[in-house]
Design a protein around this ligand. Structure first.
Ligand code: F6R
Length: 360
């Protein structure tokens, strides 16, 4: 049941310290400090020449997160919407690793993409929450995120666990391709270790309910981020629109000036996500919105330069840039939840949506 919580969504948001610990558990080798994924001996990914992620919705945002992490490490990778894959899959060969990311393991679009990849001879891997699901059975290999059952239609804890799982996978692939662990692995490993506790503190101290109240009468809600903040901006907007029914959009920070800025007014709050990747540029982009009257809510650490400039602040801890966006995402999940609650929406079962989409 929901226990002390009014909604499954809030319960599942609050479960993240535990679900993240479960995602990480046993996956960092205590002896050599490297990422250990069962079934994948060191060197398993040494022949991979490119990685394609296929997924839909929130899982696509996690997939994009993983793909950008690989790109930043110098590995060829793309994230593709599974429902577009049948018409426009990039070339595949037997050194292509195709990773299907799906919470349920039953999404028809994602299964179709996986089947196509299998038929074309790619090596396939499913990242899922459901042991025994169709996607887990049909891929060559499977990795389980171990988030526990998710009842709320809006994916929350499973997004963060998918993104962490894909961060681990990206490190393993990079490690195998280079033949040695990346030099910045130590910072990532200590940030992973600290993450469950840091999310616990963030949940205890969040100002998200107050921010949701302050901006409740707005016309549209914009989310901007750069680098690994970009998939988080997309996810922040998807969560917001699906449970509040209010208009919300996510943009790459640098894209704001290429069109969306025309929509910006004092009635369009802009949530700006800072991950430590060219933050000064994102701050400039946010200020361009602020000049047009938009309130800016900076999602960043306490002593970040954005705090002095922004109208409001949602705090995240100082952490590794590979994980900062996932901390920001938890703040944004809470903002969506409280905004939907103020509007009295049926949070766990938004209209027109189903937990698992088994039709094309
Ligand atoms: C949004 C949401 C959906 C799913 C999408 C894919 O909160 O839950 O966008 O992420 O339908 O579902 P799975 O991950 O089960 O393949």
């Amino acid at each position: 049941g929901k226990g002390e919580y009014d909604h499954f969504m809030l319960k599942e948001i609050n479960e993240q310290p535990v679900s993240l610990a479960q995602a990480i558990e046993g996956r960092i080798d205590p002896i050599n400090g490297r990422i250990a994924l069962s079934d994948f001996e060191p060197g398993s990914f040494a022949d991979v020449d490119s990685v394609q992620f296929v997924a839909c919705g929130t899982s696509y945002h996690a997939a994009l997160y993983g793909s950008l992490t690989l790109n930043q490490a110098g590995v060829q990778s793309t994230a593709l919407l599974a429902n577009e894959y049948s018409v426009s899959a990039p070339p595949i060969d037997d050194d292509t690793l195709v990773v299907a990311v799906t919470q349920s393991g039953e999404t028809a679009d994602t299964l179709n993409a996986l089947r196509r990849a299998n038929a074309e001879g790619a090596h396939t891997l499913t990242v899922t929450n459901v042991v025994g699901s169709t996607a887990a059975r049909e891929a060559d290999d499977a990795l389980f995120i171990r988030a526990g059952p998710e009842i709320g239609v809006a994916a929350t804890k499973t997004f963060s666990s998918q993104a962490v799982m894909l961060t681990l996978l990206a490190q393993r692939i990079t490690d195998d391709l280079r033949g040695e662990p990346p030099t910045d692995l130590e910072s990532l490993l200590s940030a992973l270790d600290a993450m469950p506790g840091a999310i616990d503190n963030l949940l205890d101290d969040s100002d998200a309910a107050e921010i949701a109240r302050r901006y409740r009468d707005s016309e549209s809600y914009f989310f901007i981020g750069r680098g690994l903040g970009y998939p988080v901006a997309l996810e922040g907007a998807l969560k917001f629109k699906e449970i509040t029914y209010e208009h919300a959009e996510g943009f790459a920070s640098g894209e704001l000036k290429h069109g969306p800025l025309a929509l910006v007014t004092p009635d369009t709050p802009v949530f700006a996500i800072f991950t430590g990747q060219e933050d000064e540029k994102t701050l400039k982009n946010a200020e361009e919105a602020q000049t047009r009257g938009a309130p800016v809510i900076a999602v960043c650490p306490e002593d970040h330069p954005a705090v002095a400039i922004a109208d409001d602040h949602l705090e995240i801890p100082e952490t590794d840039p590979d994980l900062a966006g996932l901390h920001a995402n938890v703040q944004l999940q809470l903002v969506s939840y409280y905004a939907a609650d103020l509007l009295d929406r049926p949070i766990d079962k938004p209209r027109n949506l189903a937990k698992s989409v088994t039709v094309e």
